[in-house]
Design a protein around this ligand. Structure first.
Ligand code: UD1
Length: 420
């Protein structure tokens, strides 16, 4: 197993190019299940989750190639509708095959993803919406067994809670359904918007893109002409590198970004005292005289993303005063607190709130990554810790950050990937 060794107390400087968004690439790859033609997708990040999903599509019978961030997927020969536990347990987002498989083939068996380190993460809202579209759903031996032999039907669906992959699953299901589907309380994340835009270019009529209300005209089971396209930049990777600049109080520039997607983060960084310069596709963060504390509440887009909560907690350990972080989306997303505390952070947890007493001097330690974003918080803490930090179980990090050690090295970080 690999681990990362990082020398702390460093200033960083330079420019880093942001990769394509993992959370956009995953639903877009499953969207190819609705295509009558092979689809070439550019700017696909070469991260473990993407490789896992390509493997799953191949297991279903698709042909795929993945060369230099370009993935080509041809699903014309898909002959299986079975997503097995071995692959789904590696990556919860495998559930994104459920809507496309069911709407195209009229049946499928997809393993239930189960809980994970950050909480229970049920999929009841995905299932309820598919049932409203006419699917019969059974849960047997850990599998969702779904059938709709005559295809799915349009329905009027109101999501009880905003769910990102739930919205994506149902949008894809609706695209091939009979009749029109209306969806209310839909997630507005840029990744959901890109999925709708690609569908729109594939001939699917979608009204309300970018809003919480969508109207989708189904194709009555006809496969779509999905064009080639490019994945949007990863706003969470971008935010993580901005936090690297912030925590080390250094000047760095990130390129290949859409600043509009990072509004909530940028406004937090400004309120913490940093100067932020934006162009159409780059953001520069400049050092500040004194890092100010902040209060954060995680919310659905366009609010502050839960996927940036851990990184900002690391940053708050270097603020001049007490910060409070309220995690509203996932009940157990504080696994990084104990590891940050082992590095010297002073954090008090009560239910879904973390209070960070700062500034604290962090010191290098052996720490354990527990989930994807928690791992990046440990990397950030390591940049300012005195001495050497070794971060173990970095397979979590490899699920979502492309070339992290190359990118950090290019900013001047002394970082090595080693084997246990
Ligand atoms: C997606 C992102 C993940 C991000 C999360 C929230 C992908 C691949 N993953 O995850 O990185 O942290 O959005 O922005 O895009 N819920 C239910 N029932 C459901 C579905 C969700 O109760 O059927 C709850 C969840 O437990 C959670 C909340 O709704 O409390 C939001 O979850 P959801 O938006 O579905 O997260 P994911 O789509 O799994």
């Amino acid at each position: 197993m690999d681990y990362l060794e990082i020398e702390g107390s460093q200033k960083i400087l330079g420019e880093v190019a942001i990769s394509g968004a993992k959370n956009a690439a995953l639903p877009l790859l499953t969207l190819t299940l609705l295509s009558r033609r092979p689809v070439k997708i550019d700017n696909v990040p070469n991260v473990a989750d993407v490789r896992t999903l390509l493997q799953l599509l191949e297991n279903l019978g698709a042909k795929q190639s993945f060369i230099k961030n370009s993935a080509t997927v041809d699903t014309s020969d898909v002959n299986s509708t079975f997503a097995n536990y071995d692959i789904v347990r590696k990556m919860r987002a495998s559930i994104l095959t459920l809507g496309p498989l069911l709407t195209r083939f009229g049946h499928c068996e997809v393993s239930l993803p189960g809980g994970c380190a950050i909480g229970q993460r049920p999929i009841d809202l995905h299932l309820k919406a598919l049932e409203m579209m006419g699917a019969d759903i059974d849960i047997k031996q850990g599998y969702v067994i779904a059938s709709a032999p005559n295809g799915l039907n349009g329905a009027n669906i109101v999501f009880d809670k905003i769910t990102v992959t739930g919205s994506e699953n149902i949008i894809m299901a609706a695209a091939l359904a009979h009749g029109t589907t209306t969806l209310s309380n839909v997630a507005k994340e840029p990744e959901v918007v890109q999925l709708c835009e690609v569908l729109n270019k594939s001939g699917t009529e979608i009204k309300g893109i970018g809003s919480a209300e969508l109207e989708i005209k189904g194709s009555n089971g006809k496969l779509l002409d999905i064009p080639d396209f490019t994945v949007i930049p990863d706003r969470i990777e971008a935010g993580t590198y901005l936090c690297a600049g912030a925590i080390t109080n250094s000047e760095i520039t990130i390129t290949n970004v859409i600043p509009e997607h990072l509004k909530a983060l940028i406004s937090k960084l400004i309120s913490m005292g940093f100067e932020i310069l934006k162009t159409k596709n780059s953001i520069t963060i400049k050092p500040c005289a004194k890092i100010l504390p902040t209060n954060i509440e995680t919310l659905e887009y366009p609010g502050f993303p839960t996927d940036m909560q851990a990184q900002f907690m690391a940053l708050c350990t270097q603020a001049n005063g007490t910060s409070v972080i309220d995690e509203r989306l996932f009940e157990n997303r504080f696994m990084h607190v104990s590891e940050l505390s082992r590095m010297g952070a002073n954090i008090k947890l009560t239910s879904h709130t973390a209070t960070i007493y700062a500034p604290t001097k962090l010191t290098g330690a052996d720490v354990m990554a527990t989930d994807l974003r928690a791992s990046s918080a440990l990397v950030l803490a390591a940049l300012v810790a005195e001495g050497t930090t070794r971060i173990h179980r970095i397979y979590h990090l490899d699920r979502g950050y492309e070339n992290i050690e190359r990118k950090l090295s290019s900013l001047g970080v002394k970082i090595k990937r080693l084997s246990e």
